[in-house]
Design a protein around this ligand. Structure first.
Ligand code: CUK
Length: 641
């Protein structure tokens, strides 16, 4: 493609030059990205806002990042499962309890799948739910404050991967276990896997007003690997679908190749039926140890509770609630189209996609046409539930999203491409290469009944030559496509943080107006808050010292503190008295072996410091707040014990 440089407006020209630089060292650079229209389509002028928010999972960063689309600009990292020194999350006394688990304090996880709350199958933008894969947890983030408000541990589970997808009215956030484990946990030979390990599928109810999560019931499935899941919607609302692999129940996936079965299953769970069963007293309570952590900004910060039992359901106890749909070649992604009719299983070792029909599934169930059973769960006949297969021509299909206009977009990891196809006819319409080895794709609202089919973002596993080299490791690359036309058009490459597996997008016009600007001081019920100047004070209780401090541009009260001794445990309880948008203050104490605090207007946070050395030691505000920011400081005099 030839560009007439003079004919371009100057801003577009700059964007084009950057795009051109990016690709100059790239043998496979996509020439389409050089088109001036691509630059115009992603250009958001200074002071203008993006059209969409995109929430990218951080994978092994344990956190969630927030980007704007189409610009690809990163706005924020929201700490969830990992300690975050940038604002003291997981270090401050208020937030540490968020990371409690039955295994103790676990300040890291592997976050894969965000899903935004829905009402009637449409994104409502109230909360975003995310999963912690490693130490099984589900978190809820409030989208008014962009803060993690709640984390619940998932008992009887391991490798919390087929999570955290929600039902169309956010009745449940659902979690499935990738690794089956002995339930209850016990000391048995790993060779005893087959028949002894269980796969817990957890239905965590969500209170409609507060979003508060409750472990409602777990369906105890056979010991397969439950990889991904998706809710039914519309006609299939009330059902949930999970892909499985290793239906052989091999204890090592190396020796006995887990792919010896030509077909694994999609498990179809009628959760409405099971809900009715447990509401009528069904199910078995079993002992389980798991943490439920809730953060309440206004009162005390986070509170961690250990729960002791969980309600479990044996699927064979509820006839008509659980079925298996044979699905070829170790399916990974499990995606349901916006109408709720098609359930797509992407056999990651195959070229073809399997599209099941919900109507055909129901007809086969009603006719009781089964092809045997597995652990008492009826297996449907492949031909009876199959709507058709997509002859994709690609290799290694992983995940599918939808544009709400009858098209599906499937990623192919091995052939490194995004393939667009028609859901009804299953004909391939277009294919575009990805740089490189794509995992998920995200269309805003793509996991709802009403997607916004303008952009698709491919999240790639390998970056190689797409950016300037930064040593042996590069950030993963995302690629933004315009999908408004018949052909997908690559618009932009941008780096992401950690390993984004999935993302969730939502129009800015839904979220931006709800975004909270400050915490109101009059709502602050924190027991250690100081709401007016007279209440600032220092209290000693044995070797514990509590400093009740306030901060406002540009001073701390008190600022100079005496009477502290080596061996004391000093709690700084600091309240930010600002009531203006975007005026946080920071607090850092020399030698404190935790982090700084970043305190929002109206908030109270607590940092513990245990001085080890005699002397006079300074603290200061870390967030440049005014022309007198450098004056925002104080000293602590530490005397011998
Ligand atoms: S998984 Cu990562 S590419 Cu965890 Cu959704 Cu398929």
């Amino acid at each position: 493609m030839k560009l007439t440089i003079k004919s371009l407006p100057s801003l577009v020209l700059i964007a084009v030059m950057f795009t051109a630089c990016n690709s100059s060292g790239t043998s496979n650079g996509n020439r389409g990205a050089l088109a001036s229209t691509a630059a115009e389509k992603v250009y958001v002028a200074p002071g203008e806002h993006d059209e969409y928010y995109a929430f990218f999972s951080g994978g092994y960063s344990g956190n969630l990042t927030v980007y704007g689309l189409p610009s690809g600009r990163m706005f924020k990292e929201i700490p969830v499962f990992s300690q975050f020194p940038t604002n003291g999350y997981g270090y401050s006394e208020e937030t540490k309890p968020m990371l409690n688990t039955s295994h103790g304090f676990v300040p890291w996880d592997d976050l894969h799948h965000p899903d935004i709350s829905q009402t009637n199958g449409k994104l409502d933008g109230r909360w975003i739910f995310v999963n912690g894969n490693n130490t099984p947890r589900i978190a809820r983030i409030d989208l008014k404050t962009f803060e993690t408000e709640e984390i619940i541990e998932v008992p009887n589970s391991a490798g919390n991967h087929s999570s955290s997808f929600i039902t169309e009215n956010t009745e449940y956030v659902v979690a499935g276990t990738r690794f089956s484990v002995p339930v209850p946990q016990q000391d048995i030979s790993i060779k005893e896997y087959k028949g002894h390990f269980k796969g817990a599928l957890s239905f965590i109810s969500v209170e409609p007003e507060t979003g508060r999560m409750n472990m409602k019931f777990q369906v105890m499935m056979p010991g397969f690997n439950y990889d991904l899941s998706h809710p039914g919607r519309g006609k299939s609302h009330g059902w949930f679908f999970f892909t499985t692999y290793n239906t052989e129940e091999a204890s090592t996936l190396l020796e006995v190749n887990a792919s010896q079965n030509d077909k694994d299953f999609i498990a179809a769970i009628n959760w409405k039926k099971i809900e009715e069963y447990v509401n009528n007293g069904g199910g078995t309570k079993m002992p389980a140890n798991y943490a439920h952590n809730v953060y309440e900004h206004a009162t005390h910060g986070a509170k961690s509770t250990m729960l002791k039992e969980v309600l479990t359901v044996d699927p064979t106890e509820v006839p008509g609630a659980v079925f298996f749909l044979p699905t070829p070649k170790s399916p990974h992604g499990c995606d349901v189209d916006p109408t709720g009719e098609y359930i797509i299983g992407n056999g990651k070792l195959s070229a073809d996609l399997t599209v099941h029909s919900f109507d055909k599934m129901i007809a086969a169930i009603e006719a009781k046409k089964f092809d045997g059973e597995a652990y008492g769960i009826p297996v449907l006949k492949f031909e009876d539930v199959l709507a058709g297969q997509v002859k994709s021509g690609g290799l290694g299909p992983l995940h599918t999203e939808f544009d709400g206009k009858g098209n599906a977009y499937t990623t192919f990891f091995i052939s490194s491409e995004l393939v667009k196809w028609n859901v009804e006819t299953r004909e391939v319409i277009d294919r575009q290469p990805n740089y490189y080895s794509v995992g998920h794709v995200m269309i805003p609202g793509g996991n709802s009944a009403a997607p916004f089919g303008k952009y698709a973002v491919a999240m790639n596993k390998i970056t190689k030559d797409r950016y300037l080299p930064t040593g042996p490791e590069l950030e993963h690359s995302a690629q933004l496509f315009d999908i408004s036309g018949d052909k997908m058009e690559l618009l932009l490459d941008f780096p992401t943080h950690g390993e984004p597996h999935y993302a969730a997008g939502i129009p800015a016009e839904i979220l931006a107006p709800k975004s909270q600007k400050i915490y109101r001081l009059e709502d602050n019920k924190h027991p250690f808050a100081v709401l007016n100047g007279e209440d600032t004070r220092i209290e000693r209780n044995g070797n514990e010292v509590h400093v009740y401090m306030s901060m406002i541009r540009s001073h701390f009260t008190p600022d100079n503190i005496e009477g502290i001794k080596v061996g004391d445990k000093v709690y700084f309880h600091i309240t930010n008295h600002e009531q203006d948008f975007d005026v946080p203050h920071g607090f850092a104490m020399i030698g404190a072996n935790n982090a700084e605090l970043l305190i929002m207007p109206g908030q109270t946070k607590t940092l513990v410091w245990e001085p080890k050395q005699v002397g006079v030691w300074p603290f200061y505000c870390t967030d440049f707040c005014s022309a007198l920011h450098q004056e925002m400081q104080g000293y602590v005099r530490v005397s011998p014990a």
